[in-house]
Design a protein. Structure first.
Lengths: 374, 345
């Protein structure tokens, strides 16, 4: 097994081989307990249970459809943010970018589809330029994306100074289709989880993005340079933002430059809740999607429980702190767990020494890369 | 994010702080390499442009910029100490603390009938409590600062939103809620200088003295340059983390009181622009986002720069959209220059 921390996320594998070597069911159970996306999964189940108790009508085809349709753009925001964060950056312009896509969708895409598509392509190009600038000038992405957020918002305001416009019917139909058996939003959200997981773990671009987040110097040596990877990364994020922006437009039916502002901080929080880390390299796409779903459900449930809308952000903050506190206490268990496995299966697991998530650079991803060239 | 190689500066204080090293050439060299230089040049250019636009009133422009920019520079100074601690430390709870501070003090002073002293004491205590809460979550729950401070901030936000709904006099009857003394300090002045400008300049000087001379700052900057090394050499890094978050929160809460006095009462979105604005002035002022290098005059100048930028886009009388684009492009341009200066070394 290559010494790669990046193999951990798909981590049936993390416990499976050792489980069959006879360390038994308890190890498998602990492995499940230690999955970094567990808190978000538990939270989603708990929130659904609360919803079922308060408002059983939600668990019908239409009820689920209505509950989850609002979560699709938020899930897209989390996935786009995840791609950027896995690569070691952070994107604070994501909210304004959603607003820009929403506005383009409600104006040009409706009246002159060709111009609309060109504008969206221009948006991807601008996003790529932002990524390249951050990489080439070695600037902190936190501030640069913040400044670019002004530009996206400004462009959106120039295109559509006041909320309005009309979203083309094909967009509304695409995101409001009736699918047999399973409501479309649930299919879309699961689809996003699976596709982003496959992209980040199975494809070469995804591996390079993870690698650049975990260990930039190695990427510098084995490819033509981090700029190309950053370009790829920001282009991917831009495409996901466009999908999310279209979903957002389908929901609202009109354009509003400020429609995406709330996604900036919630997308980051969703990733952290889902097991992700700052500093890059660690990908938990399923956790990120579940985290986004959890945050979306919180505001829905607050409505059912008739909690004052003033308290929604406070509830979100409290949930975040509780989930992270829970993970902190599980980490003590993790150290015992890994120590136990090192004792039982020998030194081949030395690369999974306790606490290696905290020190990304200690674990090399270089062995994955010699064959890779961009 | 994260410690990058360029963050390991051999000396903690900015280059401009060693003028004693001799010849004019040295002085010139250190001036050119001074991290606050790009933003200083940008500020002077903007000052000229804005002043020429307002019929050559250079003095008046400078004075009003100093007054309005004072609020941002004070919040930025608190943020500077937090960012200097490195390891991704950043305080995003600032706008919520600021707004809550304004409402808290407004509620106690209640238009002049309550005690000003009590209001200040309670506001400072509130700031300290938030600082301790932020640091506790970061240190003991091991939560990334950007999320921890945000979560704490959300809790505070819920607090004042709920308070504002139930005690409607807080939210609506806010005109001059903070009393005459506070609004006099926030808007008044003496001999052509506003009190706010004097307060801000005083705080910038004090902060720079702390950065130059105090043991606290040495430990803080050492921690910002390398957490592990600082810890191994016996620096109580947890205590420093608590201290910097307390500084930031107290500054934000007190600025909230002054800003409330300036705009004539609290408003729910009064803090919004300070959240990332305070981070922007820290970076533009020549501090490292990765920590270990702090520059207090730079932060003050950067606050003036952002204030002038907003004034400029106001007087150009362009649409709000174009205004946003101009602001974004100028900040991006300036950051690119600051970043390239960093690469030269």
């Amino acid at each position: 097994m290559p010494a790669s921390r990046c193999e951990q996320p798909e981590s049936g594998r993390r416990t499976h081989p050792h489980g069959t070597r006879g360390t038994g069911r308890s190890v498998a159970l602990r492995g499940l307990l230690l999955r970094r996306d567990l808190p978000s999964a538990v939270l989603v189940i708990a929130l659904l249970a609360v919803t079922a108790a308060v408002e059983p009508a939600v668990f019908s085809y239409e009820g689920l459809d209505l509950t989850f349709i609002g979560l699709v753009p938020l899930v897209c925001a989390a996935v786009a943010q995840l791609v950027i964060m896995v690569g070691g950056d952070i994107d604070l312009s994501i909210g304004s970018a959603f607003g820009l896509v929403n506005v383009i969708c409600a104006t040009s895409l409706n009246s002159h589809p060709v111009i609309g598509v060109l504008e969206l392509l221009g948006f991807v190009a601008a996003y790529v330029a932002m990524g390249a600038l951050i990489e080439l000038r070695r600037l902190p992405s936190l501030v640069m994306t913040f400044a670019f957020g002004f530009v996206w918002l400004g462009l959106a305001l120039v295109i559509l100074p006041d909320p309005g416009g009309t979203v083309p019917t094909w967009v509304t139909t695409a995101f409001g289709a009736t699918v047999p058996w399973v409501p479309e939003p649930i299919l879309l959200i699961s689809g996003f989880a699976v596709v982003s997981w496959m992209y980040l773990t199975m494809t070469r671009p995804g591996r390079l993005i993870r690698a650049i987040g975990a260990r930039k110097l190695s990427v510098q040596q084995y490819t033509r340079g981090p700029v190309n990877v950053k370009i790829l990364m920001y282009a991917t994020a831009a495409v996901v933002i466009i999908i999310g922006g279209l979903a957002l437009s389908a929901q609202s039916g009109s354009g509003d430059p400020n429609s995406g502002q709330s996604y900036v901080l919630v997308s980051i929080a969703a990733i952290i809740l889902g097991g992700g880390e700052f500093g890059g390299g660690l990908a938990w796409p399923v956790g990120a999607v579940l985290g986004a779903v959890a945050f979306g459900l919180v505001s829905t449930i607050d409505t059912y429980l008739s909690i004052s809308s003033n308290l929604v952000s406070g509830v979100e903050g409290a949930i975040l702190l509780i989930a992270l506190g829970l993970r902190r206490s599980l980490r003590g268990l993790e150290i015992r767990h890994v120590a136990g496995r090192i004792l039982t299966v020998g030194d081949s697991d030395g690369d999974e020494a306790p606490g290696n998530e905290d020190v990304p650079d200690l674990v090399s991803v270089a062995p994955e890369l010699p064959g890779a060239s961009l | 994010m994260g410690a990058t190689s360029e963050s390991f500066q051999p000396h903690g204080a900015p280059e401009g702080s060693h003028p004693a090293s001799g010849s004019v050439k040295d002085l010139l060299g250190s001036a050119i390499r001074y991290r606050g230089l790009p933003v200083l040049i940008g500020t002077v250019i903007l000052w000229f442009v804005v002043a020429l636009h307002s019929h050559g009133r250079f003095g008046a422009t400078l004075e009003s910029t100093l007054t309005v920019g004072a609020f941002l520079s004070l919040v930025g100074l608190g943020q500077m100490f937090v960012v200097a601690a490195g390891s991704g430390n950043i305080d995003l709870s600032v706008p919520y603390v600021l707004t809550f501070g304004a409402y808290l003090a407004g509620g106690i002073i209640n238009g002049g009938s309550g005690s000003l002293l009590l209001a200040v004491v309670v506001t400072v205590a509130f700031g300290l409590a938030v600082g301790v809460a932020n640091a506790t979550v970061i240190v003991h729950l091991n939560v990334p600062p950007i999320v921890a401070t945000l979560a704490v901030g959300f809790l505070i936000e819920s607090g004042y939103l709920e308070l504002g709904t139930h005690q409607s006099n807080l939210a609506h009857n806010a005109s001059n809620q903070l009393g005459n003394t506070v609004s006099n300090v926030a808007t008044g002045g003496f001999g052509g200088f506003s009190y706010m400008a004097v307060i801000a300049i005083g705080c910038v000087v004090i902060a720079q003295l702390i950065l130059w001379r105090s043991w606290f700052a040495r430990r803080l900057l050492a921690m910002g340059q390398s957490l592990a090394a600082a810890r191994l050499s016996g620096v109580a890094t947890n205590r420093i983390t608590v201290t910097v978050y307390c500084i930031s929160a107290v500054m934000a809460a007190l600025v909230g009181v002054l800003l409330g006095g300036y705009i004539g009462g609290g408003s729910l979105d009064m803090g919004t622009s300070y959240q990332l604005g305070s981070v922007a002035v820290v970076i533009l002022g020549g501090c490292f986002i990765s920590g270990g290098v702090a520059n207090s005059p730079g932060v003050g100048i950067a606050a003036m720069f952002l204030t002038l930028l907003i004034t400029l886009t106001d007087i150009l009388n362009v649409s709000p959209g174009v205004q946003q684009i101009i602001e974004g492009v100028i900040i991006v341009g300036l950051l690119s220059v600051v970043g390239s200066a960093r690469n030269v070394e």
